[in-house]
Ligand binder design. Structure first.
Ligand code: COA
Length: 187
């Protein structure tokens, strides 16, 4: 089967590539920041916890039923520069759960939206039947504003399959994937 992660790509302002081992330490260094973890569980005590989590993410899902696919991409301003963020999609049972983390120094410029739009195009190719879902705590306004700007709408959590990222009290968002092929517009 073709590697669903694909190869590196460029958007208007971002260079995006599949997460690799060599990305882990520079990415952990950038992401280990109070503001990044404020709404997602709190800052880990040590940077090494972020590295460990990224390694676990890179290793992919344990073999299990039903099967899952984990897609992980690192965002940079230019090839070879320090990472500015991470895009993720967890595919299972017709669901693509998306997530995004950006260095605080990069917030407020539309980069997460640019990355998420690109991720939708990837998902439309590798899992065209899937719907995108995302969860966020209501206090994470930057996250839900990003989702709404990118065409997501509030929804009840699906009964099956259950969302892996869902926790009681989360807001849940859903979006169809863009049609395949050139000319797909919007986030
Ligand atoms: C969630 C997160 C990725 C959002 O980042 P962000 O920078 O606010 O989101 P965007 O990249 O879409 O930027 C949008 C903002 O940039 C502004 N902007 C500037 N130039 C822009 C452009 N060319 N295009 C779009 N927006 C632009 C917009 O006005 C918008 O601001 P607004 O929301 O006040 O209207 C970021 O806050 C983050 O990493 N948080 C920590 C991790 C986290 O909680 N992740 C979510 C759970 S997985």
């Amino acid at each position: 089967m073709q590697d669903p992660q694909g190869s590196a790509a460029a958007t208007g302002r971002l260079h995006i590539s599949p997460l690799g081992e060599s990305d882990i330490e520079p990415l952990a260094q950038g992401l280990w920041h109070e503001e990044v973890y404020h709404h997602i569980g709190g800052l880990p005590e040590a940077r090494s916890e972020v590295s460990d989590w990224l390694r676990h993410t890179l290793a992919g899902p344990p073999s299990q039923e039903p099967p899952q696919r984990w897609l992980n991409y690192v965002m940079r301003r230019a090839p070879g520069e320090a990472p500015v963020g991470l895009l993720q999609a967890t595919l299972h049972g017709g669901v693509a759960e998306v997530a995004y983390l950006l260095l605080p120094s990069e917030w407020g410029q539309g980069l997460a939206g640019e990355g998420l739009r690109w991720l939708h195009e990837v998902l439309a190719r590798v899992a065209p039947e899937a719907h995108c879902w995302a969860t966020t705590v209501p206090a994470n306004e930057r996250s839900w504003r990003l989702l709404e700007r990118c065409g997501y709408v509030r929804a009840a959590p699906p009964e099956a399959p259950a969302l892996m990222s869902y926790e009681e009290g989360d807001w849940v968002f859903r979006r169809a994937l863009p049609p395949q092929g050139p000319g797909a517009a919007g986030c």
